[in-house]
Design a protein around this ligand. Structure first.
Ligand code: ZN
Length: 440
């Protein structure tokens, strides 16, 4: 089903010298371990980036990273909202394995996160994240020497990030989770007026989306998109501060930057979905993925479908560390080296709503496990998922349904006895989640 990774582990020759002598030889011969900067821009859709074909030029910094590194055309997130998606990224597990899929659930202490593994191998680990889900209350701080959940946008997070970078010993792992493209849109001037100036109406970027959903005219939806685009433009400008700091600190050469998102954002394309957490259509599960660093040749385009659970094994292989046995993703380094890999499936889930999807590079089946509703799309001919082909292609619908069934059964077996821990978010975190629209 998925490709099997073979790993070459550097073996130590046996020398008739002292242990100290062997260690000295190994240290001299070991390749330098790269620093890794993982940047998650919440709710960033790839089709709103010029490097993925968007007509508006919002993101010159991201585009420059893509030119100097590798761009993955089809990266799929395993969840449709922040908590399950980021948990999948850090554990390299599908949502139906970790089951961190409600505000009452968090990563269990006994689970092993990417940050914990890196720290255990001598990496300095730092995280600067938006307040809300990537927080300690949900187990996200596990493995970080320094973890700061911050209110405010990227511009208020950057000074602390640059300070941490300037004081770090090497190698380091830095996780930045910017909130800017996540609703509500509170952009400071002067960026707010780039697109959508002169609008008046209910879509002010602040009103709760649940109340707006049924009131919006096309011009209001377009205004939400304008505000979203202004946020992308802003966060891209702010990202330049971190990229420039790496350069100024002499860290550029041996640092890998990976840029992605936790999920996308819906603007009423399907089923009146506005925001995220819902049916896993492309606008919610397709995310950007750009890797710039020593192991990514400039200008590489990877067309093969990949998943965000692949990021943790990739980062570990970059660092010369064996992936944890519980990880379900696969390192992307073979694809970055230009090796051809067999085609694989990508899966996305939204468990509280009984929704799941399986995607090949051409076909996608979305299923509601409770109601039995099924939709099949031909992503080559119909990338916006307008024409449901489930009734016209029953054999293919059935075959992909069986893939989903096997996927669920094997995940149920893996998750048995490893329930997610109960979360007790403090009042401040709950207030932040309310502000983001997750808690009523
Ligand atoms: Zn998110």
């Amino acid at each position: 089903m998925r490709y099997v990774r073979t790993r070459v582990v550097a073996g130590a020759a046996v020398f008739c010298v002292t242990t100290a002598g062997i260690l000295a030889i190994l240290a001299r011969n070991a390749p330098p371990r790269p620093n890794v900067v993982l940047i998650v821009i919440d709710a960033l859709r790839p089709d709103h980036l010029a490097c993925y074909g968007y007509s508006r030029e919002l993101s010159p910094t991201i585009h420059a990273l893509a030119r100097r590194g590798a761009l993955f055309r089809q990266a799929i997130s395993q969840g449709t909202w922040t908590l399950p998606s980021v948990t999948s990224l850090f554990l390299s597990q599908y949502v139906s394995v970790h089951r961190v899929e409600s505000v009452e659930r968090r990563i269990a202490d006994r689970a092993t996160t990417l940050a914990e593994i890196l720290r255990g191998h001598g990496y300095a680990t730092g995280a600067f994240v938006m307040a809300g889900f990537p927080s300690a209350a949900f187990g996200m701080s596990q493995g970080f020497d320094h973890f700061r959940a911050m209110t405010g946008g990227s511009e208020s997070m950057n000074p602390a990030i640059v300070k941490w970078l300037s004081e770090r010993k090497r190698p380091f792992f830095l996780y930045v989770h910017y909130p800017d493209a996540h609703y509500p849109y509170r952009l400071p001037n002067p960026y707010r007026e780039n697109y959508g100036a002169g609008y008046s109406g209910p879509a002010d970027g602040m009103a709760p989306l649940g109340r707006l959903r049924d009131k919006l005219q096309p011009k209001d939806v377009q205004h939400l998109i304008d505000l979203y685009d202004n946020e992308i433009s802003h966060v891209d400008f702010q990202l330049r501060t971190v990229v420039n700091a790496l350069k100024a600190l002499g860290l550029e050469e041996d640092t890998s930057i990976m840029l992605t998102a936790d999920h996308g954002e819906a603007f009423l394309e399907h089923r009146k979905q506005l925001g995220h957490r819902g049916w896993p259509y492309e606008e919610l599960v397709r995310v950007p993925l750009i890797v710039k660093g020593p192991q990514a040749r400039a200008g590489t385009i990877v067309s093969q479908q990949v998943e965000t659970i692949d990021l943790a094994p990739t980062i570990l292989e970059m660092a010369g560390i064996r992936a944890d046995a519980n990880m379900q993703g696969h390192s992307l380094l073979p694809l970055l080296r230009g090796e051809t890999q067999p085609a694989s499936y990508a899966f996305s889930e939204c468990l509280p709503l009984h929704l799941e999807a399986v995607r090949t590079e051409r076909w996608k089946l979305i299923r509601n496990d409770e109601s039995g509703e099924r939709e099949l799309y031909d992503l080559h001919e119909d990338p916006q998922e307008r024409i449901d082909l489930a009734a016209r292609r029953p054999a293919l619908t059935k075959a992909l349904g069986e893939v989903l069934l096997r996927f669920r059964q094997s995940n149920e077996a893996l998750s048995a006895g490893r329930e997610a821990a109960v979360a007790n978010p403090d009042p401040k975190t709950l207030e932040q989640l309310r502000d983001l629209g997750y808690v009523q």
